[in-house]
Write a protein that binds this ligand. Structure first.
Ligand code: G3H
Ligand code: 13P
Ligand code: ZN
Length: 327
């Protein structure tokens, strides 16, 4: 089993009407929880590393842990699980180069905050280096709201991807997939209360995704893989557990899973999930301490944390992405 690019998995996902999960990894328990779920479900997988994760855990630790997960899968499951290792939100050529040189099979260059021509120029530079080294590139057009690597992008600053730009962008940069902004947002507080309506139980309901924009993009880039960032659904049962056990997360809100299922059936081949995994792990650890205030051995609370990650990923693979059984 080796680390693969996303080329083949995206082609199959596009034609099969499902999406690949791109899950952020920061430590051993998260890597184990995700890969165990993917092995059990025989689901192709993208493990992604942000700039923040890389400075928290160091590139070499994350790379060796991912290699260990691949080796363990090979031994325990006895089949080749396709795993791509991807840089999430690379913000410079140098960072992308360092990840390419360090063994990643895929990088994202995110210069969506720059003017169109500047985004094209830097993306093209990354694509040339990446393709020379057998690595694929995700680029971004349009701006999501929320937090990207500790930089806060306010909802007001976010702007949907303009479908009329995508063809020229892809042709001129040569990128292999494109992240677009159609109303998703990073983090656990995706929208302010003012941007939402409230349902009968008083819970916030966010504005619906712009499927019209997605359809337009699909029309202009037939067969081309589209990525959605900021796709966590912030399940309220986890927010409740956190709030009932010493946490404070008022008005945390995400994207309804039904809308993500719909996107996965369309041109969306990659769905990024990080916040929902964080919520699952944190809820399990807060609950654990509430029930066992005497515990102080990290293994006692990290083990349920790892299990919570595995359960969340299993749910996403089967019920949202539809990529179970596709490896
Ligand atoms: O899109 C951002 C990801 O959720 C990564 O978050 O920068 O805290 O690692 P991070
Ligand atoms: P969420 O914060 O919605 O999980 O999005 C994660 C993401 O887009 C990582 O790049
Ligand atoms: Zn993202």
């Amino acid at each position: 089993m080796a680390i693969v690019t996303t080329k083949d998995m995206f082609a199959k996902a596009y034609n099969g009407g499902y999406a690949i999960g791109a899950f952020n990894v920061n430590n051993m328990e998260i890597i184990q929880g995700i890969t165990e779920a993917a092995i059990e479900q025989r689901a192709p997988l993208i493990l992604q590393v942000s700039k923040g994760a890389r400075s928290y855990a160091k590139h070499v630790y994350l790379m060796k842990l991912i290699e260990a997960a691949i080796e363990d899968a090979e031994q325990s499951a006895g089949f080749d699980l396709p795993i791509a290792v991807h840089l999430d939100h690379g913000d410079s050529f140098e960072l992308c180069k360092s990840c390419i040189d360090g063994g990643f099979s895929s990088v994202m260059i995110d210069k969506s905050g720059l003017p169109f021509e500047e985004n094209i120029a830097i993306t093209k530079q990354v694509v040339e280096y990446a393709h020379d080294h057998g690595v694929v590139v995700e680029a971004e057009l349009g701006t999501l709201a929320g937090v990207e690597d500790e930089v806060k992008v306010s909802a007001e600053d976010s702007s949907y991807t303009r479908p009329e730009d995508v063809q020229e962008f892809v042709e001129r940069t040569g990128c292999d997939s494109l992240a677009i902004a159609i109303g998703t947002s990073h983090g656990a507080y995706k929208f302010t209360a003012a941007q939402c309506t409230r349902n009968a139980e008083g819970l916030l309901v966010p504005p619906p995704l712009r499927f019209d924009n997605l359809k337009e993009v699909e029309k202009r880039l037939p067969g081309f893989p589209i990525g959605l960032h900021g796709s966590s659904s912030v399940p309220q049962e986890f927010v409740k557990i956190i709030n009932e056990n010493g946490g404070r997360m008022p008005d945390a809100v995400g994207i309804p899973e039904e809308q993500l299922r719909e996107a996965a059936r369309m041109a969306v081949c990659k769905i990024n999930l990080d916040s929902d995994l964080r919520l699952a792990m944190t809820a399990s650890i807060r609950k654990h301490f509430a029930e066992h205030p005497d515990h102080f051995d990290p293994r006692q609370y990290l083990k349920p944390g790892r299990e919570a990650i595995k359960a969340m990923v299993t749910h996403k693979l089967i019920d949202v992405l539809g990529c179970n059984g596709k490896a």
